[in-house]
Write a protein that binds this ligand. Structure first.
Ligand code: 13P
Length: 249
């Protein structure tokens, strides 16, 4: 039985002092023993958020990471910098990073491998545009993103990672994919994992849905056989996130 994982992606929101406030506000609301709860926060918020989250069930994650160990990469954050302060998760290849910061399936793959090498769980994102969905190439496109993203990843490593399926047309638009659409693609991703590795790996890997998840849509989405939780943007910055994490109560 896969354990659910619900992660907030704060994106470029909240100063360090606002981050502390938000963690303190959400701490009592996100208590749920059945779910892994992660707040992926801006790099500068990581340390204060970790401090504020102490004694709670919240793990703090990063929103990005570079794939080199150290050196002349101005502005980047290394995996060792993240592990040194207790970061356990990192979002990799979010569609916003692909669109605005030139991330590709190849850089996603390098980052996934590097995160795993450092014991950080990658939350590897994939998702199609509206145009791709209308052209009926969604599954082909997602399969390519997943296959390239996982090149060189062993079955044992793959069992530990999280894949987030986030249709781009559903992000920040208030337009959640229907439960059927989300389940269909998450099911296809699991089939793809079984093809690359084996059924045991496919059964172990956790697949989230992301894209306008809210307290109303979460229960149906998370009840789907191939949806193991969510990656939540806007609603992770509000008290609603407590209701999303407690979708089963
Ligand atoms: P929204 O929940 O705001 O649509 O964002 C989804 C997302 O991009 C999470 O990574």
């Amino acid at each position: 039985m896969r354990r659910k994982i619900v992660a907030g992606n704060w994106k470029m929101n909240k100063t360090p002092s606002e981050a502390v406030e938000l963690v303190n506000m959400l701490k009592p609301l996100v208590a749920n023993d059945d779910v892994d709860v992660v707040f992926c926060v801006p790099a500068i918020d990581i340390i204060p958020a970790i401090e504020a989250a102490k004694g709670s069930n919240i793990s703090i994650g990063a929103e990005n990471m570079y794939y080199e160990e150290s050196g002349a990469y101005t502005g980047e954050i290394s995996p060792a910098m993240l592990t040194d302060v207790g970061v356990k998760y990192v979002v990799i290849g979010h569609s916003e990073r692909r669109e605005y910061f030139a991330e590709t399936d190849q850089t996603v793959n390098k980052k996934v491998l590097k995160a795993l090498e450092h014991g950080i769980t990658p939350i590897m994102c994939c998702g199609e545009t509206l145009e791709q969905r209308e052209q009926s190439v969604t599954v082909d496109f997602i399969r390519q993103q997943v296959k390239i993203g996982l090149l060189g990843v062993t079955a044992d490593q793959a069992k530990t990672i999280v894949i987030a399926y986030e249709p781009i047309w559903a992000i920040g638009t208030g337009k959640t994919a229907t439960t059927e659409q989300a389940q269909e693609v998450c099911g296809k991703i699991r089939e793809c994992i079984a093809e690359i590795y084996d059924q045991a790996t496919a059964d172990a890997i956790r697949i989230q849905y992301g894209g306008s998840v809210n307290a109303k849509t979460a229960p149906d989405l998370f009840a789907q056989p191939d949806i193991d939780g969510g990656l939540v943007g806007g609603a992770s910055l509000k008290a609603d996130f407590g209701a999303i994490v407690n979708y089963n109560k």
